[in-house]
Design a protein around this ligand. Structure first.
Ligand code: NDP
Ligand code: 13P
Length: 308
């Protein structure tokens, strides 16, 4: 592939890792952050691919700043954020697509703990779009012998896999922090996946997408690694810390905390049954202790494994 001009927005842990992957493949990469020396306009000039790795709280603002600048009609927008907008409940790709209705938008998501990727350990990810040529271009930009990139045609499913697993990762951290054992963890992750499918289907995602890298794959990574910030939130709360104390010591963003609030709103309105998310929400709000949350989940009415 000819070298592409790639603008990466957000120079946090994930933006910087993705910038390194594209640069290592010989692409012209410019990295923007609000604290950096380059202006957004300069970084976007001639960009063929614009990738946002901004935390959820900044996505709408940055998308509207980009909208006010010139973008070539063929520019592809890529979003790597794993969250939901609290005001609109939109996913990041919906925000980018609304800002750029005539452009291809690609979602990049997978089991990608940035610390491991920075160490050049092998990993795989998914790029998904309704425009196949756009996801194929992004696949070429990032693929390498240490980073295997798959395409997928279900962007909402891929995006929600990465977003919803953050809440289950918080619960997994609690599970490990309370030393509940391997059986409990397996049950939690599996029932968490069922909950993700239920929510995802409401959003129009395909069930099978959640059994791939961006769903089950990312669940396995973040529910089993202390490198996951979301896992750390649950783990430290199970050790007796408050949410405020936990977040104060956390390196970077744990999107699951805000995602949980948004999901509770959506689930209430749409009557979607999300018991694990509800207990994580109550724990984060200080309404239950980790042990009470566990008891509430274990004492729910008995039921068939699949009730849809
Ligand atoms: N780290 C990881 O392993 C992975 C992270 N992700 C996802 O990528 C996203 C970013 O994560 P990560 O890089 O780890 O987080 P960091 O906290 O390390 O970085 C967040 C980035 O977003 C920027 N940002 C935040 N708010 C605003 C705003 N209002 N305006 C402009 N920029 C803003 C920050 O800028 P500033 O530095 O100026 O505050 C920073 O560049 C998250 O949604 C996360 O879930 C996805 C896969 C892997
Ligand atoms: O999404 C991630 C890995 O795929 C990163 O997880 P955390 O945001 O929990 O650190």
């Amino acid at each position: 592939m000819n070298p592409q001009s790639v603008a990466i927005l957000g120079a946090g842990a994930w933006g910087a890792s993705l910038a390194n992957l594209a640069a290592a493949n010989g692409h012209h990469v410019r990295l923007w952050s609000r604290r950096g020396s380059e202006t957004l306009e300069a970084v976007l000039t001639n960009a063929q691919i614009v990738l946002s790795a901004i935390s959820m709280k900044g996505v709408r603002d940055v998308a509207s700043q980009v909208q006010s600048l010139q973008a070539s009609p063929t520019t592809i927008f890529v979003t790597a954020t794993k969250g939901l907008d609290p005001q609109t409940t939109c996913t990041p790709s919906q925000i980018w697509q609304t800002a750029f209705p005539n452009h291809a938008v690609v979602v990049l998501s997978g089991p990608n703990l940035s610390k491991e990727i920075q160490q050049s350990l092998p990993a795989a990810t998914v790029v998904a779009s309704s425009v196949a040529t756009a996801s194929e271009s992004v696949q070429l930009v990032f693929s390498s012998p240490r980073f295997r990139v798959y395409t997928n045609s279900d962007p909402v499913g891929v995006e929600l896999g990465g977003t919803l697993k953050n809440i289950i990762a918080i619960a997994a951290g609690v599970c490990d922090g309370l030393h509940l054992g391997t059986n409990a963890k397996a049950a939690l992750v599996t029932r968490g996946l069922t909950e993700m499918v239920r929510i995802g289907n409401f959003w129009g995602a395909k069930t099978e997408t959640f059994y791939g890298l961006s769903g089950l794959g990312d669940l396995l990574a973040t529910c089993n690694s202390p490198l996951s910030r979301n896992y750390q939130v649950g783990y430290q709360m199970a050790q007796g810390q408050t949410l405020t104390e936990t977040l104060a010591n956390l390196p970077g963003t744990a999107e699951g905390v805000n995602t949980c609030e948004v999901l509770i709103q959506v689930a209430k309105q749409q009557k979607i049954n999300i018991p694990i998310t509800e207990e994580v929400y109550r724990l984060l709000k200080g309404e239950v202790t980790p042990r009470q949350a566990l008891e509430e989940l274990m004492l729910r009415d008995i039921k068939p494994e699949y009730d849809y």
